[in-house]
Design a protein around this ligand. Structure first.
Ligand code: ZN
Ligand code: ZN
Length: 215
């Protein structure tokens, strides 16, 4: 069974997740750790729980989700996995960050490109990759059917959806991703979002105004 640990990192209050199971293998999703103190919090959690990082997964590569990519790859000797559609975001992350008066260590390029339907295995757990473009071209979600949750990135939020006004964003695409992919999941699936609190698919199907107006 997968345990989901959440950290809230950086000024943009991004959710970083560490997923682990009985084998102690883990994956680190969207490490947004920006300060040394945030890097230490993430590292200490992994060391104190004796976890073995298998991969760094990115739901997408907006700068607030990859501040810690270089640190995590170096510290744990692992590579980043992301959808190829995120290469533009990776390449412009440093300049985009400087616009906000922040600094970022150059994020390493992905060592594996994720596609819709891929399996991500760690320990005795399996995550399904669901490609959900719209907020960004290479957005993916990580779905555990067995443990009834999805790591939704910035595609779905409690009562809201991801913005589509950033480069590569597309409103029609995000609605297609939401209605034809995420809303097809069982109602009792917990959605862990890229920002803010987690929610359930059934709750969003009933009450999310962006979704109910289209259903
Ligand atoms: Zn984003
Ligand atoms: Zn974000």
């Amino acid at each position: 069974m997968i345990t989901v640990k959440n950290f809230v990192f950086n000024n943009i209050e991004e959710n970083t997740y560490v997923l682990y199971n009985e084998t102690k293998e883990c994956v680190i999703i969207d490490p947004g750790c920006y300060t040394k103190a945030e890097q230490d919090r993430l590292k200490n959690f992994i060391v104190e729980n004796d976890l073995k990082p298998a991969a760094l997964l990115n739901t997408h590569c907006h700068f607030d989700h990859i501040f810690g990519n270089a640190f995590v790859c170096r510290e744990f000797g692992i590579g980043a996995w992301a959808h190829k559609g995120e290469l533009n975001n990776i390449n412009r992350a440093e300049s985009y960050t400087s616009v906000f008066g922040m600094k970022m260590e150059h994020p390493p390029l992905p060592v594996r490109y994720l596609k819709d339907g891929d399996d991500v295995k760690f320990g005795n757990s399996l995550l399904k990759v669901i490609h959900t473009p719209g907020h960004s071209p290479g957005c993916v979600c990580f779905y555990s059917e067995e443990d009834k949750f999805i790591i939704a990135g910035d595609t779905l939020f409690q009562g809201s959806i991801g913005r589509t006004d950033l480069p590569g964003g597309d409103y029609d695409q995000i609605m297609d991703s939401l209605l034809n992919k995420l809303m097809k999941l069982p109602n009792d699936t917990t959605a862990y979002c890229g920002h803010g609190p987690d929610t359930e698919i059934g709750q969003e199907r009933m009450y999310n105004p962006f979704i109910t107006e289209k259903m």
